[in-house]
Design a protein around this ligand. Structure first.
Ligand SMILES: [Zn+2]
Ligand SMILES: [Zn+2]
Length: 290
């Protein structure tokens, strides 16, 4: 028991030190400055080539979303996710050890060229995320948390990271075993993470960049806006792709009936959904919602 407690405390300190260093020492592998850089890049595009030209530059909930970006990207990990997950991994490994299993590695991809490893990680992880995203829509209890992301009524790049921290826990827990099977732990490669961050920002941006045939592979604002549409075609929605649109085309959950530029966004009674961080976070935990 003491072991787990020590892991928790030391992880917590490690991460606090890490975030402090990240902010104080700009360098190429620095998440904090990449988040700012990628955000500014898409914000600049929204200013120069806006899709909805009449949308305010400081759109509805811009600052709320900006706060979510830093909360979900840094603070949530700092406050405990990193520490909790290290304890979880240790517990899980100890549990496996009971059965004489040392690790879960089924395919050793460490011997592959780096580009092949990164590509495998990116594609596999995105497919897992596509499935988890569908679960968030299908399971009523999870949907109550996912509503935070769908409460966006005016779309812009910063809406990408407006989501409940419970989502991080659900995604990370489900992806853990399959990724461990190919030898990846919770630590991700910076490149894959930043690439996914950039595509996520892109999907939510108020811009139109025609992708040509690549639209069948990569998610994009013209597709993702329909994922946020108030009126959805099926009960559970469509266009669940995170980075890749490929899964939606393969499994026929794609849906772009016409140009969704001015489509009303949200869900039924979105106007009754809380409009501040605290109440949005508490919403999913409430038993009674009228
Ligand atoms: Zn969704
Ligand atoms: Zn979205």
């Amino acid at each position: 028991m003491e072991k787990y407690f020590e892991i928790f405390i030391s992880s917590f300190k490690d991460y606090a030190r890490y975030v402090g260093n990240e902010i104080l020492n700009p360098h190429w592998g620095n998440y904090f400055f990449w988040l700012i850089g990628i955000s500014l890049f898409f914000y600049l595009l929204e200013i120069v080539i806006p899709w909805r030209k009449n949308q305010a530059l400081i759109r509805k909930d811009f600052w709320l979303d900006a706060f979510y970006m830093f909360f979900n990207f840094f603070l949530f990990s700092l406050v405990g996710y990193y520490a909790f997950s290290n304890v979880f991994v240790e517990l899980f490994n100890d549990f496996l050890a009971i059965f004489g299993v040392e690790n879960l590695i089924a395919i050793e991809i460490n011997s592959w060229p780096v580009w092949a490893q990164l590509l495998t990680l990116f594609i596999l992880r995105d497919f897992i995320h596509w499935n988890v995203h569908r679960l968030l829509h299908r399971v009523p209890f999870l949907w109550e948390f996912h509503k935070v992301h769908h409460s966006v009524e005016q779309m812009g790049f910063a809406a990408h990271l407006r989501f409940h921290w419970m989502e991080t826990i659900v995604y990370r827990t489900i992806e853990y075993i399959p990724l461990a099977m190919i030898g990846f732990g919770i630590q991700e490669f910076l490149l894959v993470h930043l690439f996914a961050l950039a595509i996520g920002h892109f999907n939510h941006s108020n811009i139109k960049v025609p992708l040509g045939p690549l639209k069948y592979v990569f998610n994009n604002p013209q597709m993702h806006i329909w994922h946020h549409a108030k009126k959805m075609p099926h009960n559970y929605g469509a266009n669940f792709g995170i980075s890749l649109s490929l899964w939606d085309y393969l499994f026929r959950t794609n849906y772009i009936p016409h140009d969704g530029r001015d489509e009303p966004l949200g869900f039924e009674h979105v106007e009754e959904f809380p409009d501040n961080f605290k109440d949005q976070v508490l919403y999913g935990f409430k038993k009674e919602r009228d």
